[in-house]
Design a protein around this ligand. Structure first.
Ligand code: UDP
Length: 317
């Protein structure tokens, strides 16, 4: 037994995969979720394990937290349509939620990993984005609840580290995809795959020339675990796949082919402050963690497509 890990956002896409991995490593896992964006079905495998406990609660309010020696803070809506719907809760979980977990980490002598985001770079003027880039963020625009929420959470984690000696790790996560993404989450990979299997239009927002770099979920979990265990990490570390930078139109074409070419591609309005290009510079993760993504995009996309096909078929049955 390696001890007890607290995982906030355990019912989310990434949280549930990470919690399974931690159980596999011998941790007792206590998962926290308020189910605002998390889904009960993501917990099915976890709940079969006697080493898993669910604590239902909102981290933005005071919670009685059990003792732990490892804390993974993933709780936060991460898809633009979700955080745009609940901007106050998004800011609150990043501010009060992060503060509560850092204070708890201090009390328990635990290490804490904060999941931050490539959104801290905003609409970047530097490409690809290294951790040393300070970003280009609209501080009060519609996406600021997420961008600035995560920037504040990073600042808070570093302050607790510097002033109160809490051991913190900060992962800046770039677009991640894979089984268990919510079908109605609103992100591009899930939207396209669901529409593709239904034979409905793939809605490209804007010209489709904007890019994202997509990382398969198992690679991301591997990166998070390595980062948590690594010694001598200073400041945030980018985790993402630099080899899969695609335009959204390229992605639409790939999904269309994979799902039987029944969907047409249509163009829609683009969201405000939507970043134009995004690709991680992962030199720091490679050097410090010996990590780089191992799943080629066609393989990851096929696995994700299988998941969504089953989901769509089950819902129409
Ligand atoms: N997007 C799109 N169609 C969709 C959903 C998203 O064209 O159905 C675009 C969106 O405008 C953005 C990109 O895909 O440029 C990635 O969006 P997503 O919400 O997946 O992630 P994020 O913007 O947080 O990287």
């Amino acid at each position: 037994m390696r001890g007890t890990a607290l995982v906030s956002g355990v019912a989310g896409f990434l949280g549930s995969h990470l919690a399974e991995r931690l159980l596999g490593e011998g941790y007792r896992v206590i998962g926290i979720d308020n189910f605002v964006t998390g889904r009960r079905e993501n917990l099915r495998t976890l709940q079969r394990s006697p080493a898993f406990t669910l604590l239902r609660g909102d981290l933005a309010r005071p919670l009685a937290l059990p003792r732990a020696n490892a804390i993974f803070h993933l709780a936060c809506p991460a898809s633009p349509p979700q955080y745009l719907r609940i901007p106050i809760a998004t800011l609150e979980v990043n501010a009060f939620g992060t503060a509560q977990l850092l204070a708890h980490a201090k009390k328990c002598g635990a290490r804490m990993l904060l999941t931050s985001t490539s959104e801290v770079y905003g609409d970047p003027e530097v490409h690809p984005q290294p951790e040393t880039y300070w970003g280009h963020v609209n501080p009060n625009g519609i996406r600021s609840c997420y961008d600035e929420g995560k920037r504040f959470a990073e600042a808070l984690a570093m302050a607790w580290h510097r002033e109160r000696d809490v051991s913190v790790r900060i992962a800046r996560i770039f677009n991640t995809y894979g089984p268990r993404m919510a079908p109605d989450d609103g992100r591009v990979v899930s939207n396209f795959l669901v529409a593709g299997w239904k034979g409905e239009p793939l809605r490209v927002q804007g010209t489709g020339k904007q890019t994202r770099s997509f990382c398969y979920v198992h690679d991301m979990v591997e990166g998070l675990v390595r980062l948590f265990h690594a010694e001598e990490v200073d400041g945030p570390v980018n985790l993402g796949n630099p080899d899969t930078e695609l335009t959204i139109l390229e992605l639409a074409n790939q999904v269309r082919k994979l799902t039987g070419e029944r969907s047409e591609i249509v163009f829609d309005t683009r969201g405000e402050d939507d970043p134009e290009r995004r690709r991680p510079d992962i030199s720091k993760a490679k050097k410090l963690l010996g990590w780089s993504p191992a799943t080629p995009f066609p393989k990851g996309l096929a696995l994700t497509a299988d998941y969504f096909r089953e989901l769509v078929e089950a819902r129409s049955a």
